[in-house]
Design a protein around this ligand. Structure first.
Ligand code: HEM
Length: 514
């Protein structure tokens, strides 16, 4: 029968118990108080219930219950690594960004990821792959939040939630369904370039080390004299670009990309990338047959200049603290780097910091992985889990007491805009030309793999309209491309050509210069 007082019951662990040396660190509760027992709950007698007064047990279970934060709404499955960026060229003529002083070294944290599937998904599923870099510069953090591919599916942020819904598992079956995603893309011809690239083996990289990275959008660079120019950034892998074909994917294990990256870094084989930049000035835009701020387009033919090198040399000590809590945001820019009017980038400037205040919390930027390596001086304060340890009572601006200052040299560039406010597509949509150029640049085996990969997914689509529309886009990119995929999914070419002609006649504004 349970009794309230029963000192010295058998089974109590003795001092220095559990075989640990006496010098091992003493176990404590979160309040720092040492504890004498960590394997047996405080219970009444041999058969009696467990007591609510066992604060250690309650705390242990409560903390366990709260271990997960929401996973990222996209790019949930990721792998992080630390390293260093070294600037190699004087580009003070185009940007005053301090990290580009030749020879200067800046610590970085990089997170690679897949996009669509959850945190517990296999790493080799077909996807664009994320390549996000946080530069801890001496003028604050710059996040270059890119992908392995140089372009994107859509050109306006207002479409992003719909596109992701179509690509994510069905809300009914919780399974990804080619019927849903191709339904969306059959009405999104601007995605043809990206779809073509994702369904080559570039959608299944052999390693995170063998991926290039792309900032995708145009950014605005500003030099010390206030002169501006537009730029795109690209990481070129020094390991070369290598991918897996369908048969290799089938044999790859669940953690294929992490095993490779962490295995190589731990073995001292540190992967590295060259950072390249392309630039264009506003007076070059009129001659283009596409909009330079349309992220479904590459700046083809614009030369690349090497401006730095990055090496990844450390596996972070803790996955959650570094990789999971890392918060990359395209809005994290530094003096000398500013947004362009790219409509996707403009939406991203809002979305990332917003989701992170929800996913991690209002003080997300104060965590070790995210906090700048320079002092943060402002009046943003409080909120959940605030550990900033401020001591001043001057939390307002301007102030006569303990004033803080803003220097004119850090003002953003000024620019003129004019136009009719409206919600309408861009001109010069030119939806298919670059997809065709990309297709024709592929080696015969890569073309064959693309046709096979696409047919595997498009072949599952039951709607003849959706299938035919998709094929008509591939056909308009390149006749050989469309013809081969049509054959692989058994759709008569005459139907594809008819659909292409009808669609162009019905929606001429979507086709612009093409
Ligand atoms: C992650 C939104 C387009 C690359 C995310 C996250 C959101 C998001 C909400 C999760 C962030 C987090 O929880 O920390 C959007 C929206 C887009 C867009 C609204 C379009 C308007 C793009 C584009 C790229 C991209 C065009 C590539 C250039 C990434 C990467 C991550 C990410 C690499 C993962 C960052 C990490 O490793 O933590 N995106 N995204 N996204 N996005 Fe986007």
């Amino acid at each position: 029968r349970p009794v309230l007082s029963q000192p010295g019951v058998a089974g109590t662990v003795q001092a220095g118990g559990d075989g640990a040396a006496a010098s091992a660190p003493q176990f404590t509760r979160d309040n720092g108080a040492p504890i004498g027992e960590n394997r047996h709950s405080k219970a009444v007698g041999d058969m009696g219930p467990v007591l609510l007064e066992d604060a250690h047990l309650i705390e242990k279970l409560a903390r366990f219950d709260r271990e997960r934060v929401p996973e990222r709404v996209v790019h949930a499955r990721g792998t992080g690594a630390q390293g260093v960026f070294r600037a190699t060229a004087d580009i003070s003529d185009i940007t005053k960004a301090s990290l580009f002083a030749p020879g200067k070294e800046t610590p970085v944290f990089v997170r690679f990821s897949t996009v669509i599937h959850g945190a517990g998904s296999p790493e080799t599923m077909r996807d664009p792959h994320g390549f996000a870099t946080k530069f801890y510069t001496d003028q604050g953090n710059w996040d270059l939040v890119g992908n392995n591919l140089p372009i994107f599916f859509i050109r306006d942020a207002i479409q992003f939630p719909d596109m992701i819904h179509s690509l994510k598992p069905s809300p009914v079956t919780n399974k990804q369904d080619p019927n849903r995603l191709f339904d969306f893309f059959s009405k999104t011809p601007e995605a043809t370039n990206m779809i073509t690239q994702v369904w080559t083996n570039l959608g299944t990289p052999a390693s995170y080390r063998t991926m290039d990275g792309n900032g995708v959008h145009a950014f605005k660079l500003v030099n010390a004299q206030g002169k501006t120019i537009f730029a795109k950034f690209r990481w070129i892998s020094r390991q070369g670009v290598k991918n897996l074909n369908g048969e290799q994917v089938a044999k790859a294990n669940f953690n294929f990309l992490t095993d490779d990256l962490y295995g190589q870094i731990s073995a001292g084989n540190h992967p590295s990338w060259d950072l390249m930049v392309q630039t264009m000035s506003a007076d070059q835009f009129a001659s283009l047959n596409y909009n330079p701020f349309d992220d479904t387009k590459e700046w083809l033919g614009v030369p690349f200049k090497k401006i730095g090198e990055m090496t990844l040399n450390k596996v972070p000590d803790n996955f959650f603290e570094w990789t999971e809590q890392s918060a990359f945001a395209p809005s994290n820019m530094v003096p000398g780097i500013e947004p362009s009017p790219d409509r996707m980038l403009q939406g991203r400037l809002f979305s990332y910091a917003d989701t992170q205040r929800y996913r991690v919390g209002a003080n997300v930027m104060t965590l070790p992985v995210n906090r700048p390596r320079v002092a943060v001086v402002n009046n943003n304060q409080d909120g959940q889990l605030n550990a900033t340890q401020r001591s001043s009572d001057v939390n307002y601006f301007p102030a006569d007491t303990a004033p803080k200052t803003t220097a004119a040299e850090f003002r953003n560039s000024t620019y003129e805009v004019s136009g009719i406010v409206d919600s309408k597509p861009i001109e010069k949509t030119n939806n298919f030309e670059q997809a065709g150029i990309f297709y024709r640049s592929l080696k015969p085996q890569d073309k064959a793999d693309l046709v096979k990969n696409l047919a595997g997914d498009l072949g599952q689509v039951t709607s003849m309209r959706v299938k035919t529309m998709m094929l008509s886009y591939f056909y308009q990119a390149d006749k050989d491309y469309g013809t081969r995929v049509a054959k692989a999914v058994n759709v008569p070419l005459s139907e594809v050509v008819k659909a292409a002609n009808e669609y162009r006649a019905a929606y001429p504004e979507q086709f612009g210069a093409n």
